[in-house]
Design a protein around this ligand. Structure first.
Ligand code: ADP
Ligand code: ASP
Ligand code: MG
Length: 440
């Protein structure tokens, strides 16, 4: 069985929804994971923010605007009167719930419930549309099997057992549709896998059903060798190893949620990235095989905080780094990059929720300097650290102001820390040096 995930753009217009139907209705049994229609989750996050800030009138207006959009989609997509009635009732229930939320006290749970409505709507719509088109499809509610544990990791055993049970209890179907992104937490409350999390849902399900392949269908023909939002003439990469893809996803290649590769790598399930609007193009195949050497792709992750911890007296002293790491551990904050010198250690974090408390503890035995608005630029490729062409990177460094470098921590990754204001220039310069073999 294959698992196919379609992102927001793929279900974001009537035309694309029809493309999705053509891709999946090939008679083979499969599980289809859908995101919310593009723009919906952002709109729901905004509604939640308005409620949080007590802008209730504005929140109600936004709910009304979104409602009208869905009514338009309904008009265009569903013609069969009974199915139309079903979808209309469903839309009304969802939007009555959202209106109701505007009079509730804001909480994390309320946020989670509000943002979950996007995937609930898209999957309901799409299942009914498939019925109208004569496709044998069944909806599997993600909240009946998808759960994370107290560490926010997928609860693999629970997911596998429940998914198996639900499929065996569901009416026989060629296509099982389910929601990406949404799940229950360890306490059985509505939660999610973080923004962009539908990709992760797909590989978690893929591992649970031991799928032969997971396909991530999106609006671009696979993983490109640089960020196409900032750099022109980027190229799709045909093959990536799990390790290479995991590094790119973790360090900012938006096409994949950062954790997507993990379940597939563990279960050795190939992941194919495909373009819904151009299904014939090859895309990218992510598998255990390594193909090619040297720098294959560049990605960047924003929102990084750099922390320099200085302690002339203590850095070389036995146990200093242990003490530093224990503080980050205690505050459940993971470190991405780290460099050391005789007098200081610099490291980066992307979650600054507990930064204040961390600094307070560090300052008990060191001087601390903090720089916000940093970006990690990551150059990825099999054995990139050893490759004879990698020296090109050092030529370009004269033109880029780099705050930290991590070289050799992994054979497949070289990371640079730059000020976010310099990120786009740095990506462009690196592109021309590394892939176009010219000086920018
Ligand atoms: P979906 O809604 O299908 O999940 P996303 O917007 O999350 O789609 O991801 C696809 C987008 O990721 C592309 O349109 C592209 O702009 C962006 N992107 C960023 N880096 C890369 C990259 N290295 N390769 C391909 N796409 C990338
Ligand atoms: N709809 C969610 C989001 O926009 C999840 C996803 O699209 O993968 O973040
Ligand atoms: Mg996405």
């Amino acid at each position: 069985m294959k698992v196919l995930k379609f992102g927001g753009t793929s279900v974001g217009s009537i035309e694309n929804i029809k493309c999705v139907k053509d891709i999946i209705a090939d008679g083979n049994k499969k599980i289809v994971v859908l995101s919310a229609m593009s723009g919906t989750t952002n709109a729901l996050v905004n509604i939640s923010d308005l409620i949080k800030n007590n802008n209730i009138d504005e929140a109600l207006l936004d709910v009304e605007t979104l409602y009208k959009n869905y009514k338009l989609v309904l008009e265009e997509l569903i013609e069969e009167p009974n199915l139309k009635k079903d979808v209309e009732n469903y839309i009304n229930t969802v939007f009555d719930f959202l209106k109701d939320c505007t009079s509730k006290k804001h909480s994390e749970l309320l946020y989670n419930k509000i943002v979950s409505q996007g995937e609930l709507l898209s999957t309901y719509f799409f299942t009914k549309y498939l019925h109208q088109e004569g496709v044998n499809a069944q909806l599997l509610p993600a909240l009946d099997f998808m759960r994370i544990d107290k560490m926010n990791e997928p609860d693999d055993f629970y997911i596998q057992q429940n998914l198996k049970r639900i499929i065996s209890e569901a009416l026989p179907a060629d296509i099982y549709i389910t929601q990406g992104f949404i799940c229950l937490n360890a306490f059985g409350k509505t939660a999610n896998l973080q923004r962009g999390g539908s990709d992760y849902t797909a590989t978690i399900i893929g591992a649970a059903v031991k799928a032969e392949e997971v396909q991530i269908w999106t609006d671009i023909d696979g993983m490109h060798n640089n960020d196409p939002r900032f750099v022109e003439n980027t190229q799709a990469i045909s093959n990536l190893s799990f390790d290479e893809a995991a590094e790119l996803a973790y360090f900012g290649a938006k096409i994949l949620h950062p954790q997507t590769v993990m379940p597939a790598r563990e279960a050795n399930i190939p992941v194919r990235l495909k373009n819904t609007m151009d299904p014939k193009s090859y895309g990218t195949l992510i598998s255990k095989d390594f193909k090619g050497e040297g720098i294959k792709a560049i990605a960047a992750k924003d929102g990084i905080t750099a922390i320099k911890i200085k302690s002339a007296r203590m850095l070389l002293a036995h146990g200093f780094l242990k003490k530093v790491f224990e503080i980050f551990e205690k505050h459940e904050t993971s470190i991405d990059m780290i460099t050391t010198s005789e007098v200081a250690v610099s490291l980066t974090i992307d979650d600054d929720k507990n930064l204040k408390a961390i600094i307070e503890e560090l300052e008990k035995f060191s001087t601390v300097e903090v720089d916000n608005q940093q970006s990690i630029i990551c150059l990825v490729g099999h054995s990139v650290v050893r490759h004879h062409e990698t020296h090109r990177l050092f030529q370009v460094l004269q033109d880029i102001s780099v705050r930290m470098i991590s070289y050799g921590g992994s054979n497949n990754n070289i990371s640079l820390l730059v000020n976010t204001n310099d990120k786009i220039t740095a990506l462009k310069q690196l592109n021309s040096y590394v892939f176009e073999f010219t000086t920018a």
